[in-house]
Design a protein around this ligand. Structure first.
Ligand code: FRU
Length: 484
């Protein structure tokens, strides 16, 4: 169903219960519903929001349009977790219901102050001429999940940006609170604005400068910037839309990238000696990754496993998008690693030696190791003829590649069906998480990652080895009861 603008911005109360029942039933009948990834009961999920620790629990929201597979009037849906693997939706929502967020409660972050969780987000407002007014605004959630909005604009649109100014991330650095906000300058180049909380008051923000991170100024907008600290090193994750491929080649419609710097100077908003830009993920779907430093110091991240402006086969089931597993970020030998939190192993129900399989339920983890002088051609979601998602791990030729062209329903063909990355000539391990229509592949325990979606046919449930050899394990996974 193609949505008109009127439908996309229709007030929530004006959709009938019958309509919602119909699309819910349609969504639930999809053959591609996941087992252990967060997805919607119906409608579209996009960015992770407000990832934080509050009231003894991990808190994670997502951007939501409930009425179909379209980007319309967005709200936040709240989920919570005690293990960073099982997330329960609570029913709490942040709705677009005030003059400061009338056209969408857009993305943002969260931080505990006293006994409340402060939600810092973008109120998207369109006036009668459909001119956009982005307001950086806030709300407080209490321990009962009640949300009270703060009735004032916390950061106004700067005079030197266009109306593309959104996605505030609040963070603490050495005892002070700061916020970065993605934006577009008047030359239509992507920038990141940096603010300091005056006297650590989250209602009172003072502009410091544009974040200095050796911005190549080729992107037209920086969406969803996040700054986290790993072993004291600042790591900036962001989505530079329109980035010139001469700066760093990428295949997806929009990239998610990062830079690591030596140190951070908040006085001048400077990431000192930043690395060149790097791809966060080599797969087909990974965007709007949100990261934060947990109270225990760990940097945790979660990504949206879909992309803006792409149509997915689930659209005809009236839903779209899911979140990635929660990944812990670390730095080893100067490189960023991303790997699911340890508790993911609690989903394992058995352990078997790695071998080809005619049939699985497409809910498992596979761990394979390929020797340095060897290679492996593996097919996940394989049919009887060995057609599916083809993963080639080839240390001898220093390359990992992935091809989804023979895996079920084709989509996003304009952006190619193959992805690859370089690896070293050394024994190479892949931890492969398969979940019905999701794959997350972690090479060498997270040195490189390939994430994405496939929409396999009913008979695509096997694991085939086309060539080469590997050792490893097959772990069936089970999340248990899931509500969404
Ligand atoms: C990124 C994004 C954000 C925005 C949100 C709206 O996917 O466009 O910049 O806040 O989605 O849903």
């Amino acid at each position: 169903m193609a949505f008109t603008t009127e439908e996309r911005y229709r007030p929530y109360a004006d959709w009938s219960a019958d309509y919602i029942d119909t699309i819910r039933n349609n969504t639930q009948s999809s053959p591609w519903r996941t087992n252990f990834h967060i997805e919607t009961p119906h409608g579209l999920l996009n960015d992770p929001n407000g990832f934080s620790y509050f009231n003894g629990k991990w808190t994670l929201f997502y951007q939501y349009f409930p009425f179909g597979a379209a980007h319309g009037l967005k709200s936040w849906v709240h989920t919570e977790s005690t293990d960073l693997v099982h997330f329960e939706p609570t029913g709490t929502m942040l709705y677009p219901d005030t003059p400061l967020d009338s056209h969408g409660a857009y993305s943002g972050s969260a931080m505990q102050f006293d006994d409340k969780l402060f939600l810092f987000y973008t109120g998207n407002v369109r006036d009668e001429n459909w001119v956009r007014h982005p307001y950086q605004i806030g709300a407080l959630m209490d321990t009962d999940g009640q949300i009270q909005k703060i009735d004032q604009v916390l950061i106004e649109q700067p005079t030197d940006t266009t109306d593309h100014f959104r996605d505030p991330q609040i963070f603490n650095f050495k005892g002070n609170y700061y916020t970065i906000v993605g934006g577009q300058n008047l030359d239509e180049k992507g920038i990141i604005k940096f603010y300091k909380a005056v006297d650590n008051d989250y209602l009172n923000w003072e502009y410091v400068a544009d974040l200095n991170f050796d911005n190549d100024l080729t992107a037209y907008m920086m969406e969803c910037p996040n700054l986290v600290f790993i072993d004291e090193k600042p790591v900036l994750l962001y989505c530079p839309q329109g980035l010139d491929k001469a700066v760093l080649d990428y295949d997806n419609i929009y990239p998610n990238m990062y830079k690591i710097a030596q140190s951070f100077d908040p006085e001048t908003a400077t990431m000192v000696n930043p690395s060149p830009l790097e791809q966060l993920d080599y797969g087909f779907e990974c965007y709007a990754t949100q990261a934060f430093n947990a109270p225990d110091g760990r940097a945790l991240a979660v990504s949206w496993l879909a992309l803006p402006d792409v149509e997915y086969p689930t659209d005809r089931y009236d839903y779209q998008g899911c979140l990635s597993l929660v990944k812990e970020l670390t730095i080893k030998d100067g490189k960023l690693y991303q790997y699911p939190v340890e508790a993911i192993t609690s989903l394992r129900t058995d352990s078997q030696a790695f071998a080809a399989k005619a049939e699985t339920n497409n809910v498992y983890e596979l761990e394979v190791t390929v020797e340095a002088d060897s290679s492996l051609d593996l097919v996940l979601f394989a049919d009887a003829n060995g057609h599916g998602l083809k993963l080639t791990i080839d240390p001898a030729n220093e390359r990992v590649s992935l091809d989804r062209k023979d895996c079920g329903e084709a989509f996003a063909l304009d952006f190619g069906t193959e992805r690859h990355c370089e690896i070293d000539n050394q024994p190479t391990t892949a931890n492969i998480f398969i979940d019905k229509s999701v794959f997350e592949i972690f090479i060498n325990k997270g040195e490189k990652v390939f994430s994405g979606r496939v929409f396999p046919r009913k008979d695509q449930t096997g694991i085939a080895v086309l060539a080469g050899k590997a050792t490893g394990h097959y772990y069936p996974l089970d999340y248990g009861r899931k509500t969404n």
